[in-house]
Design a protein around this ligand. Structure first.
Ligand SMILES: Cc1cc2nc3c(=O)[nH]c(=O)nc-3n(C[C@H](O)[C@H](O)[C@H](O)COP(=O)(O)OP(=O)(O)OC[C@H]3O[C@@H](n4cnc5c(N)ncnc54)[C@H](O)[C@@H]3O)c2cc1C
Length: 437
């Protein structure tokens, strides 16, 4: 039997498991997950109001239910089981651990109270046990740093109709905190121009059409034509985004509940100021040349904000002894290959970019590589797979969560949700484990 360990149960881990389960005869696939619950960022990153995207969990759940795939939750590789122990017990190891560490802003004041990374912030409203207790300070004026879809997710979650959000699986404490915050202005700040963002047109259009938002943009910064430095594969999206911004009407129907959204382009965050350790304002420098974000003009802009949320990307968490590329912030690899029998896939391989379907394509390419390696290998040495690992877990008093256990957690979350709400997630690992006793 070929024993394959996959570390991480997000889309990449599930997709590679699916492919290998179908194509490697006699393979036994064990998916290790550090949480008792599967699905990675689909459960804990994707915004709760994007139900259709969240529904991808159904597809991933079907993969986990396959006979030759085992979900082994609540096991943190590198902590509960070492990399070497995995190598001793498995023929192949595939890291699909994602990228969960918020990149730092690298400016003075970034550790003041009121500054949050979008990773921790989105885990907070998604009830992830690591950050469910974040209790962020939300002031009247909020700055979001970054021009990608995560910035737009955060904008929607901070501003969308409460009754609509209440039906989703959003963390109820987060929803109450946001509802009570009385946010008046949200600044979305990007280093580059409107032609050079990572917003996808669909998400931008969705935000621009939200009724309680009044958008403000200096239309003089929108170029009439797409500049040459925009990569070919980004031109269509850039054109659509520019059209959307160009045709954006000046705010009308403004009332007390309107939130003003200021899209500030060509602006680099320089400093975060505070009083008594609480954020009070930020200083922006205006960039001199499009794309040349390292050169700024003498123009400075100061904004009174009490909350700063950075949405500028993520790096992969280190796992002891696993090769790591410090420059890229990913597992070190050559076209997915880490070392003999060990591979990486998804965000821990490519870095934090690409939507969920990109991970399927990535998994499919890696699947072909592994199948070719497996077909050309002389009979494999005997290895024990999970039967050996389970002995180690028992010795270490680590309670692991099986697929059936996860099904029980899943049902309990749906059952305990109020009428009209999709599910009420557990925010604590110990609560989930108690449920299984
Ligand atoms: C805030 C946010 C919103 C997003 N919204 C969308 C969206 O609306 N649509 C879209 O298409 N894409 C969206 N994305 C992108 C999408 O979530 C990613 O493309 C995708 O989740 C990456 O999959 P992955 O499996 O590589 O990583 P992940 O989904 O992060 O999964 C990694 C898994 O590995 C586990 N893990 C990590 N370390 C260990 C360890 N040591 N031992 C055991 N397990 C471990 C983690 O707990 C996690 O479950 C969003 C991303 C973010 C950050």
């Amino acid at each position: 039997m070929t024993h394959i360990a996959i570390i991480g149960s997000g889309p990449s881990g599930c997709y590679i498991a699916d492919m290998l389960a179908k194509r490697v005869p006699g393979a036994s696939l064990d998916i290790y997950e550090r949480l008792p619950t599967p699905f990675g960022l689909v459960r804990a990153g994707v915004a709760p109001d994007h139900h259709q995207t969240k529904n991808i969990t159904r597809q991933l759940d079907r993969i986990l239910s396959r006979d030759n795939i085992s979900f082994i939750g609540n096991v943190n590789i590198g902590v509960d089981i070492s990399y070497q122990e995995l190598k001793d017990h498995y023929h192949y190891i595939i890291f699909a651990t994602g990228a969960s560490i918020d990149k730092t802003l690298n400016v003075a004041g970034e550790h003041h109270r009121g500054v949050y990374g979008s990773g921790e912030f989105s885990r907070w409203y998604n009830s992830h046990p690591d950050n469910a207790d974040l209790a962020p300070l939300l002031s009247e004026n909020v700055a979001i740093i970054g021009n990608g879809n995560v910035a737009l997710d955060i904008l929607r979650i901070l501003s969308k109709d409460r009754n609509e959000l209440r039906k989703s699986d959003i963390n109820p404490i987060a929803l109450d905190t946001i509802s009570n915050a009385d946010i008046k202005n949200i600044y979305i700040i990007g280093r580059r121009g409107p032609e050079d963002t990572s917003f996808t047109p669909m998400e931008l259009k969705e935000a621009l059409s939200q009724e309680n938002l009044a958008f403000h943009i200096d239309k003089a910064v929108i170029p009439a034509v797409i500049p040459e430095y925009i990569p070919t594969e980004k031109i269509v999206a850039a054109e659509k985004n520019i059209q959307l911004l160009q045709s954006m009407p000046s705010p009308i129907h403004v009332n007390n509940s309107t939130i003003h959204v200021h899209l500030l382009f060509n602006s680099s965050l320089r400093e975060i100021s505070s009083y008594n350790n609480n954020v009070t304002s930020i200083e922006l420098a205006i960039n001199s040349q499009p794309r040349n974000v390292s050169e700024t003009t003498n123009t400075r802009l100061s904004l009174d904000v009490g909350t700063v949320i950075s949405a500028i990307g993520y790096t992969t968490d280190l796992i002891e002894s696993v090769p790591y590329d410090e420059t890229k912030g990913t597992i070190a690899h050559q076209d997915s290959y880490v070392e003999i029998g060990v591979y990486a896939v998804g965000w821990c391989k490519r870095g934090a970019n690409g939507v969920i379907p990109s991970n399927r394509a990535d998994a499919s390419a890696l699947g072909k590589t592994i199948i070719a390696a497996w077909e050309n290998t002389v009979p494999l040495l005997h290895k024990e797979g999970f039967s050996g690992i389970s002995t180690l877990l028992e010795k270490r008093n680590v309670t692991y969560v099986s697929y059936d256990d996860w099904q029980r957690i899943d049902k309990a979350e749906v059952k305990r949700a109020e009428m009209g709400k999709l599910r009420e997630k557990y925010t604590s690992v110990s609560k989930m484990l108690e449920l299984l006793d």
